[in-house]
Design a protein around this ligand. Sequence first.
Ligand code: PHE
Length: 488
Amino acid sequence: MNTSNTFFGHPIGLRTLFLTEMWERMSYYGMRALLVLYMTGAVTGFNPGLGWSQVESQAIYGIYSGMVYFMVVPGGWIADNILGHQKAVLIGALIIALGHFTLAIPIEQTFFLGLIFVVLGTGLLKGNISTIVGQLYDGQDDRRDSGYTIFYMSINIGSTLGFLICSYLGEKIGWHWGFGAAGIGMTFGVIQYIQHRHLLGDAGMHPNDMSDEKRKKYSNYLKFSLVAMFMVIGAGLFGFIVIDPRFFAEQFAYFLTIVAGLYFLYLFLFAGLNASERKNLILLFLLFIGAAAFWSGFDQSAGSLNIFARDYTDLSISGYQIPVGWLQFANPIIVVLFAPIFAGIWAQLARKNLDPSLPLKFAIGLLFMALSFFVMILAVNLAIESSPVGMQWLLLTYLFQTWGELALSPIGLSAFSRYGPKRYMGQMFGLWFLASAIGGVLAGLLGGEALDGGLETISPIFEFMIQYYLVIAIALIVLSFVIKTAKD
Ligand code: PHE
């Protein structure tokens, strides 16, 4: 085998995507770890922040996280019908870099503009780059799944780099240095992508076949939507419309839920599905709820838990105060350490025919999430007695959350592609990201609610979350006995 033309035994184009995604996630997670710290930071003193309230800042964080993944849906449509996936990734990466550099400008006025660029760029990049990964392989090539596993590693290497560099610079030198570092990271990704894009060959090169007339119609839709969107954004940025972050976040959460609900309903009633496809759709609907609930806890790592780390946790190691964001290293490091172990456990169980079904794995993910917030409640109680508490509490929380992630996230996407109605395959991808979007905005709303009254208001919210994790987990366990997925 000519190893110089492969990447760990995979098509060499995977290397291009691996490095692009690594730098993109470096910039995404690196910046995200600074976001609420910057918004809620005191306006005076060394490294002044914006001095905004917890409720507002967490809501903005939620809107941002929700928008990033919501935009993956139109981003996929644009790539499918107009740009092709390769070009969409390039344009997306450039817009992301522009966003981070905008945030690096040390004034408050450009803050939202920077976030909007990152949202729009990520919408074009994140889903489409994952699609190209799949297209590197021929129809039946069984390396595809392990290709996605390698790709998942790039995500975690990227976020580790992001926390390391951006949190250090942002917290210890100045926020805007951290944002700038995210921009430089993304720029490395852009340069690398431009240099090595040819290695992708035809994968993701061309948009769907259609008549010139139809394509023209589609690009007109796009132009019209872009103009309308920039008018709304402009009106917001120049203060013609005043937006209350919390109200907006709530409406956005309803909007996303209604969009997802209507889409499921449409598929169920009007897509001409047969009985077994309908049964699978009910399963996907429950998995969707499970995933949205899961991310609503998971995404609090850079939200409420980040604040808990800053305000109530002792961050000194041998006299050195580590940056707050460094605690989030736990997630990617645990992913890399435990991913092979989880894969091994599932494989062992499968050999004995005991491999947990999809709903059961999702339930396991939610139970770990519940456990992680139970640990947090213990930590909060301790902090009420005497603050700060040790780092081990957050580390244990992240350990459980990451075990949950490993049970739920890697199989989620493939579940949607395997059990989704065949003719709607492309959109199943969008649906999976829509669950993350709902989770993201809920994370901001719940996190804001939790921190509204300092330590005292945290536990009731976390208890409420534990309750809904348990309810959904039990529903999924019951369902796993009732619905046996129809094999395709
Ligand atoms: N760590 C994952 C990533 O950044 C989390 C995630 C899963 C995000 C699913 C979106 C959708 O890719």
